[in-house]
Write a protein that binds this ligand. Sequence first.
Ligand code: KE4
Length: 430
Amino acid sequence: MLYQRSSALFAAAKKVIPGGVNSPVRAFTAVGGDPIFVEKAKGAYLYDADGNQLIDYINSWGPMILGHAHPDVLEAVISYAKKGTSFGMPTELETKIASLAVEMVPNIDKIRFVNSGTEACMSAVRLARGYTGREKIIKFAGCYHGHSDSFLIQAGSGAVTFGTPNSPGVTQGTAQDTLLARYNDIDHVTTIVEANKDAVACIIVEPVAGNMGCIPPKEGFLEGLRALCDAHDILLIFDEVMTGFRLAPGGVQELLNVRADIVTFGKVIGGGLPVGAFAAKAEIMGHLAPEGPVYQAGTLSGNPLAMAAGFAMLTALNNEREVFSSLSQKTEYLHKGMAKVLDATSRPYTINRIGSMISVHFSETPVTDFETAAKAATGDAFKTFFHGMLKEGIYIAPSAFETWFLCDALTYDDLDATIVACEKVSKTLA
Ligand code: KE4
């Protein structure tokens, strides 16, 4: 595996793009070295600027659940592009994808499309504040809801690897309205709610955390949040940007049977084009402009190409629901295979998994929140593991604070190749 052309492209990119990338986590800062520049992708494979073929466990950070360049998505985008790329006017296609999403996801009547997960989460919080008339929000250390000011308080994902819990540029005025709780600790959240009586508009949570590695909710945690919100008239926002249409057709609400008041989406819902969305019952969504007073807008929201890609993706998932169990089985197979080879080493590790989300942590203790995730990420074990797997042609998340996302184009031969690579690399983990 050679990466000369990627390195040369990175040097050129850094001259005109901050850090050479348009999103920090792509820069390999957490693992060192120059990022891989990709030329194209198909199914489960990436083809990089140096002609290497890599098995992809990032899948554009989630969207490519059926594999890259899915024929239904490509055909939809190409045919819609021929009709024009943007109108700034309503189209029937928006109603079609909205109706399909409402049919697939429990407990929502209406959905508003935006252009990213950040926009979806930012708008959901504004809606919750407008609906309740309250100002405080509660988020969880290590959870990432995009780069809106209110969320960059001990955020997960790339924000962690930069050691800037409160990013410069976020004002104290903003930060004071964001209260921080410990993930999987319902007592801590309860204490915060009780200390801020009638002041909390919403609790926003990744119902399965994916930005401190993959951290499933402990038994009763989500149910506890639901009860707490009911008792204090707080809106519960499930940030399903990662989990929506991935862990089940109806996301975590369906998988774990816990209802949120507002749900946000991104990634899969756009089929790889820029789409975010937020959804709720009509009674809440009716507060949004132009029906209600809470303003939210976007020139390219509901863009026809993005809607075409998203509609093709959701249609494929809705019609091929066995894909969800297929993905879970493949992820379990990978988990068991990697565990077997890692058990043969002296290196302590833990693997977290739910559905088609999985992460490997070199930790002596279970990883259940930001503190344990951060502790596991210290040292060079993950960095060594990442580069070792890359050398073997396996592309995993370039940070211990990320989740791997499997796609259903992965074959069991691909999974076996990944396990063999893991065995080889595990021997280098001192
Ligand atoms: P975007 O604005 O990046 O589309 O979505 C923000 C977001 C919101 N909520 C959750 C749960 C998310 O995981 C994300 C974005 N995920 C990261 C990966 N950890 C995107 C990768 C990146 O920042 O480049």
